[in-house]
Ligand binder design. Sequence first.
Ligand SMILES: Cc1cc2nc3c(=O)[nH]c(=O)nc-3n(C[C@H](O)[C@H](O)[C@H](O)COP(=O)(O)OP(=O)(O)OC[C@H]3O[C@@H](n4cnc5c(N)ncnc54)[C@H](O)[C@@H]3O)c2cc1C
Length: 338
Amino acid sequence: MKFLIIGAGPAGLTFAYHALERGHDVKVYEGRNVFAFKPCGEALHGEALEVLPFDIHENHKWILTRFKQVNIYFEGVYLRTISSPFKDKGIIINKAAFLQDLADVVIKKGGKIEMGKFFKFKEENADYIIDSSGYLTAFRNLDREMYSSYRVIPVLRDYAVANGVIENDQLLFDLLDRGYFWIFPYGKDTYNIGIGGFYSGIELKKILDKKIEAFGLRIFKEKRQGASVSIGGVLKKRAIGNIRIIGEAAGFVMPTTGEGIRFSIYSALEFFGHAGLIKKIERRINLNAKLLARLINLNTKKKAKLLSKADESLMAAFLGERDFSFKDFFSAITLLQY
Ligand SMILES: Cc1cc2nc3c(=O)[nH]c(=O)nc-3n(C[C@H](O)[C@H](O)[C@H](O)COP(=O)(O)OP(=O)(O)OC[C@H]3O[C@@H](n4cnc5c(N)ncnc54)[C@H](O)[C@@H]3O)c2cc1C
């Protein structure tokens, strides 16, 4: 079979790799001239590497650090430090270098990648067109009804330098009333920082500038970039004729955290079977989208209380690392009542 893949992000390149492994023809169009043009926090759950030709235990040059803990703040006030919900598989990556390595494997296996070429519909014949165009969702206009639940929030990302804001094996998550601010380690005294949420672009910029001052960060080479991230959950329908939609274009992002690399990688497997795994991820993301809609409407005091008192297992559910069970539901209600 011949596949045309739109976008050389985590989803598109994973699809290309698996299609080639099964002996198919693959051509990838990437609109940009570089990999990972879109900004990202670059935190990855390394379990996703198990479906790629990379071993998490090896020292790949794109693994910048392995994190073990997460410092939780609320509106700039430190609350607590929890063990990473990713256990021993949390890594910060240089996403461009990671995608370059994956693209090299794809090319070595006979796949073609055209950089700097935005896909135009009906340009070429193929058995299947794979839409892995991320939040830009190349086919959104083809079936508006199908995309009616697709929601995004704006996100800004910078690189910064500072002295010891966090340890190299820690992440910092400062939850905001309607969003989140992050500081992730990115090499010695260097950090990937960013902010996202239910704010306008102008509000986000103002809050980010305040955070930069409050945490004593110095912006590293004006690298601020903005994009959007999907928070509406997974599209119910992910096929239009011979088009298959995968990755963030299909909403495979955890709404409470904006974590999308791992789920986009997994979503690329749907075409090749793995229905059970995809159903599980879909359900978890969709429950998390509902949870986010409720959390956002809690008053500020209750949000702070939940974050400071929830046990680590409940925190893992809030962060979308596992399904939200009835037990979690009741412990959250109990916490909010007393
Ligand atoms: C600021 C920010 C921070 C984030 N932080 C994290 C994080 O720390 N961890 C995490 O797991 N997730 C994070 N995410 C989410 C994550 O980046 C995405 O969910 C993930 O990259 C989605 O992968 P994808 O392959 O589906 O799409 P993308 O990575 O968006 O890749 C899509 C590719 O398609 C190309 N493209 C689009 N349209 C066309 C076209 N018509 N023709 C050709 N090419 C096209 C784009 O140029 C792009 O390269 C973040 C997102 C943002 C915006």
